[in-house]
Structures are given as C-alpha cells and as structure tokens.
Design a protein around this ligand. Structure first.
Ligand SMILES: Cc1ncc(COP(=O)(O)O)c(C=O)c1O
Length: 375
C-alpha cells in the first residue's frame, strides 16, 4: 500500500490535503443552513416528537417498509411549497442526482451540462452512459450552438444546471434555459440545493425568482440539508415522472429511506418559511450588507445576491494559510480547492446565515483584515 502514502504525499505537496475539523467552539461561517432553521425550537420539537414515537431510523427502503405518513406529508408539503404537482424524497442530494439522471437518459441520449455543475451532477451524468457535452458556465449561446449541432442525432436530451452554483454563488438564467429546452425538445433538470429557501421572494427557488411557472419537461431537485436545516433531498415533477422514479431510480429503490424525524423537522422548516417569509428577505439584505463590508477589504469578492460569497484567493497555499490563521482566531471558514474548484481558483467560501450577530461579523471583518496582512 505504498502507493497510498505516495498519493497522500502528492496531495500534500500541492496544498490540496483535506482534514476534517470538529466545529465546536468556532464561529462557523461556512455552513449551508442559511435560514438558521436547523436548531429552531419548533423544528427541534417537531423532530423530537417523531423521534420518540418512531425511533431513530426508518428501518428499510421506501418500497419495503421505510415509508411513513411523515414521508408522505413532507412530499405533499414540498409540492405545495415548490408549486409543482408532486415530489419524491431521496436519501440525499447526491443520491437524488445519481438516481434520477440515469433514469431519465442513457445510451443514445444526450446531456448538456454547465461546466460548473456540482460534482454529484457530474457523477450522475457519467453514470447515465448518455453522451455528455459541457457548455461554458452560464454561456447559453454556447449551449444553443451545441444543441443545434447535436440535438437530433440523439433520442432524448437533458439540460442540467445548478440553479445557484454552489462554489460561486451565481445563478443560472432559469427563464432562458426554459426557452432553450422547449425550443429544442429537451428535458430540463435544475439542482436547487442552494436555491430552495433562498431564491424568490418566498424562497420557492429559481422559478419564483424568474417569475416563471413549472412545466412538464422541468425536473427540480432540491435538498433538505441546506436552507431547510435537515438532511435528505427531493425531486419534483409531474405525477407520472414521480411514479416513474419510484419504479426506476436505483438510489431510491435500493437505499434505506430517510428517518421519519428528519422528515418532520423539514416539514416544520417549510411551515416556518411560509409563515415568516421575512427570513428569506433578511438573508438577502444581510448578504448585501456583508458584501458591502467585504468590498472594503483587500480581497476580490464575488457577489450575486445569494448567500454564497466566495473570497477569491486563487493560490492554494495562500488559501490554506488564510484558513489556518482564521482557525487560530476561532473562525471556521474553509479553503475550497481543487477538485471542488479548478486548480488556481482557490477561495474562502463564506456563506451568509441569518444567525450571524453584529459582533460575530465585526470580529470576522477585523480578523480577516489581520489575516490578509499576515498571509
Ligand atoms: C449543488 C449541490 N447539489 C447536490 C448536493 C448534494 O446534496 P447532499 O449534501 O444532500 O448530498 C450539494 C451539496 O453539497 C450541492 O451543493
């Protein structure tokens, strides 16, 4: 097993070595639970009640005995929230992408995928055995060109895009993608992991942000693990699509279903967002305010009106140094490097969370200024 030691050495030499850090005691500036719902008292209480009644795990896959009224209620709640006919739950976002995309397309079909799509989408596209063409990031002219040249040499076609890009925080042009997909008779798959609870005035996601409605050829995947503060994922579409996924998506069929207590917690989170849409608004204004402050700091900051704000460092070694400096001061802000982002595009990925206090932010800004002087 000498090769493993050598591989690890290579990773270290490239400043790409990863270690896990227990977050206790740190000011956490990089979690994705943007709306601070994961420890909301009503969410904890709803989840704890079901935990007491059902125990910890679900015991089996959805099709065996792992499906309860809490799964059904959450699916119905999600469909109502997202304004789509139906939703189906999956064990995680990764599992949803891996299960759904290969169910929709296979050999003889075509996938058009944005170059900055999440790793789970990339893996899902590869797993599908469809021909995959990558279009330049948010370059929809390039996408159209690829479609004009290739679409009708293939049977089915699927366009795949993150709605909010997870490492850059920018947003896909949902309206334009809808038109392109319709014009070229494609299915359109949106990964709304970071758009759910974030985009649109009430947090419904990309369609609300662009004042667009759902249509049958649109498939929306979202996670429960980010703004909804739980764990797991869902896929929305037509009644028929959902029935099809229940019968075909291998990661749904062959994997234990979500614990009922997580479903109850996520259902409560959606209720809170519906009751208190000001949380979504607050997230947007806080993100804007944080960006205004960061603009005064000597670092390139990228901002697209979402809670994902990358502080661009580019150099991997410096990104790690900055991260370690901040860690020493009690701040957890991860250095994102290859293979999550391309080589030479390392960054500190700040995520905005409505739980941040004024003093947290003041402390962070001052420590970041110091870090930039020292690293
Ligand atoms: C865009 C995107 N898609 C999918 C996933 C995977 O979701 P999960 O963490 O639920 O597996 C993530 C999360 O990390 C993500 O950022």
């Amino acid at each position: 097993m000498e090769w493993i030691r050598q591989e690890l050495e290579n990773i270290k030499n490239a400043h790409l070595y990863r270690v896990r850090k227990s977050k206790e005691g740190f000011l956490d500036l990089c979690s994705n639970d943007y709306l601070a719902l994961r420890d909301h008292p009503e969410v904890i209480s709803a989840s704890a009640q079901v935990l007491k009644e059902y125990g910890m795990g679900s015991g089996a896959s959805q099709l065996v005995s792992g499906y309860t009224k809490h799964h059904l209620r959450l699916e119905e709640k999600l469909a109502e929230f997202k304004k789509v006919p139906r939703c189906v739950l999956f064990g995680s976002g990764y599992l949803a992408n891996l299960g759904v995309i290969p169910s929709l397309v296979g050999e003889g079909d075509l996938i058009l995928s944005d170059e900055l799509n999440h790793a789970s989408l990339i893996d899902a596209c590869r797993l599908s055995k469809a021909k995959v063409l990558i279009f330049r990031h948010r370059d929809y002219e390039h996408l159209e060109g690829l479609l004009q040249a290739n679409r009708y040499s293939f049977r089915r076609c699927l366009i795949v895009s993150d709605t909010v890009f997870s490492m850059d925080g920018d947003v896909a042009h949902v309206k334009l993608l809808k038109k392109i997909a319709k014009d070229h008779e494609c299915m359109l798959y949106f990964d709304e992991a970071h758009a759910t609870g974030v985009l649109g005035a009430t947090g419904r996601g990309g369609l609300e942000e662009f004042s667009e409605s759902w249509d049958e050829y649109i498939i929306i995947m979202g996670t429960l693990s980010k703004a909804l503060g739980s764990y797991g994922a869902f896929v929305c579409g037509s009644e028929m699509l959902c029935e099809y996924l229940i019968n075909k998506a291998r990661s749904l069929i062959f994997s234990t279903s979500l614990p009922p207590c997580l479903c109850a917690g996520a259902e409560k989170s959606i209720e809170i967002i519906q009751k208190e849409p000001e949380r979504v608004k607050h997230l947007k204004t806080l993100a804007q305010r944080i960006f205004e402050n960061l603009k005064r700091i000597n670092l390139e900051v990228s901002f697209h009106n979402t809670p994902i704000i990358p502080l661009m460092v580019y150099d991997e070694k410096r990104a790690v140094k900055l991260r370690d400096y901040l860690l020493n001061k009690g701040i957890l802000l991860q250095a994102i490097r290859y293979p999550t982002v391309p080589i030479g595009k390392a960054r500190l990925r700040l995520t905005v969370n409505i739980r941040y206090s004024e003093s947290d932010l003041e402390f962070f800004f001052s420590q970041l200024r110091e870090a930039l002087k020292h690293c």
